[in-house]
Design a protein around this ligand. Structure first.
Ligand SMILES: NC(=O)c1ccc[n+]([C@@H]2O[C@H](COP(=O)([O-])OP(=O)(O)OC[C@H]3O[C@@H](n4cnc5c(N)ncnc54)[C@H](OP(=O)(O)O)[C@@H]3O)[C@@H](O)[C@H]2O)c1
Length: 292
């Protein structure tokens, strides 16, 4: 049982084996101010045990966010051992790439289950606990793709738009109970995670056979890779912004955490939609040649 003088917020975070999740978990653990529940899929769990030593303030648990039984097991175990959950960080995510015509049901299903239904089910699992505590904070990692859609990124954008829609509704529903809801919008992060982007099977086939959308794949993948390489924002810096958000007494609903995200936010507000899309089309690489 924690006393007032020894109180530490209990923070549960998903997808800690790599990238942003790993950076956030490392910062939280190193700060020695919280009780941190560090999670990853069973297939990546070994990576966790080699990075995060388990102790009275760090708990390591396997969690695939697409598995309801694992969500229940994690939430029950945290409540059994630490009796509360103060912050949920929905970080785990996947990114499929294909034009809309090449989207396929199994890829869409996994995309939505990981980036949308998984986070929703986690929120549903922790909300009764937070409501009982009369306080808590849900932090959903979205993306610039939650406000802007780019060609070949339809499925990923749809999952992040969906996550933002739910988060916004939840903000109103949670306010009377003292529970905060935050949407974090990173743009391009300078990391190797573009290597994890998955080309849907139809997209791969069309690309290999030089189908009518091959120019989209030719130009968009290197473009995104380049922008990630040029980005000043490293996972560490984004993790710092998320730490500040968690420590804030009055966190905003939306926080843009990279320069390009701030820029996109401004452009979307000041430029009328029809101009914005034409401008984007003009600036996308090789777009003049698409479809020729
Ligand atoms: N990188 C960027 O530029 C960028 C930009 C905007 C938004 N974001 C968002 O930031 C978050 C983190 O992305 P990242 O760049 O750190 O990606 P990443 O390096 O690819 O890491 C993704 C993490 O999610 C985990 N994961 C995937 N499916 C999972 C599942 N079903 N259950 C539990 N964990 C799962 C992965 O674990 P495994 O090791 O098991 O695969 C990995 O730890 C994502 O929500 C992403 O959409 C990233």
């Amino acid at each position: 049982m924690q006393t007032l003088s020894t109180f530490r917020k209990v923070i549960l975070i998903t997808g800690c084996s790599a990238g942003l999740g790993k950076a956030i978990a490392e910062k939280l653990v190193r700060s020695d101010r919280y009780r941190v529940v560090v999670t990853a899929r069973q297939s990546s769990f070994d990576k966790l045990t080699s990075i995060f030593p388990e102790n009275e303030n760090t708990m390591l648990l396997p969690l695939d966010v697409t598995q309801d039984a694992e969500i229940s097991a994690v939430v029950n175990e945290v409540c059994r051992r630490w009796e509360r959950i103060d912050v949920l960080i929905n970080n785990a995510g996947v990114c499929f790439r294909s034009v809309v015509e090449h989207m396929d049901v199994s890829a869409e299903d996994l995309q939505m289950r990981t980036n949308f239904f998984g986070p929703v089910n986690l929120m549903k699992a922790v909300l009764p606990i937070m409501r009982e505590q009369r306080g808590g904070h849900i932090v959903n990692i979205s993306s610039v793709s939650g406000m802007v859609s780019m060609p070949t990124m339809a499925s990923y954008s749809a999952s992040k738009h969906a996550l933002e829609g739910v988060s916004e509704a939840l903000w109103y529903e949670c306010r009377p109970f003292g529970i905060h809801v935050s949407i974090v919008q990173p743009g391009f992060i300078n990391s190797a995670s573009f290597k994890n982007v998955i080309l849907s099977p139809k997209a791969r086939l069309s690309y290999e056979l030089r189908g009518p959308h091959s120019e989209y794949y030719d130009s968009m993948a290197p473009f995104i890779e380049k922008l990630m390489g040029y980005s000043f924002s490293r996972p560490d810096a984004v993790a710092n912004r998320i730490m500040k958000l968690i420590e804030s007494n009055n966190p905003p609903l939306r926080t843009k955490v990279t320069l390009d995200a701030i820029l996109f936010g401004i452009l979307r507000r000041v430029i009328p939609g029809s101009w914005f899309h034409k401008m984007m089309f003009y600036f996308l690489p090789e777009s003049k040649h698409w479809g020729k």
